[in-house]
Write a protein of this length. Structure first.
Length: 61
């Protein structure tokens, strides 16, 4: 399919070889993305708490 051909839908040759995930597979991917985001946020929180704790301990040195 040529981009300037005016063809509105992709031809079978442009989608050949690409698999479209099933709805259950998409849910797994979405769930994994949500978990990954949550893990990243929790890691950030832990880093911040470690820094706060280090500052707290310095008060007693």
């Amino acid at each position: 399919m040529h981009l300037l051909s005016g063809e509105a839908t992709p031809s079978s040759e442009s989608t050949a070889g690409r698999e479209v995930p099933a709805p259950a597979e998409r849910e797994k991917i979405d769930g994994f993305a949500r978990l990954s985001a949550e893990v990243a946020e929790l890691r950030s929180d832990v880093t911040e708490l470690r820094q706060q704790f280090a500052a707290f301990r310095k008060q007693f040195e």
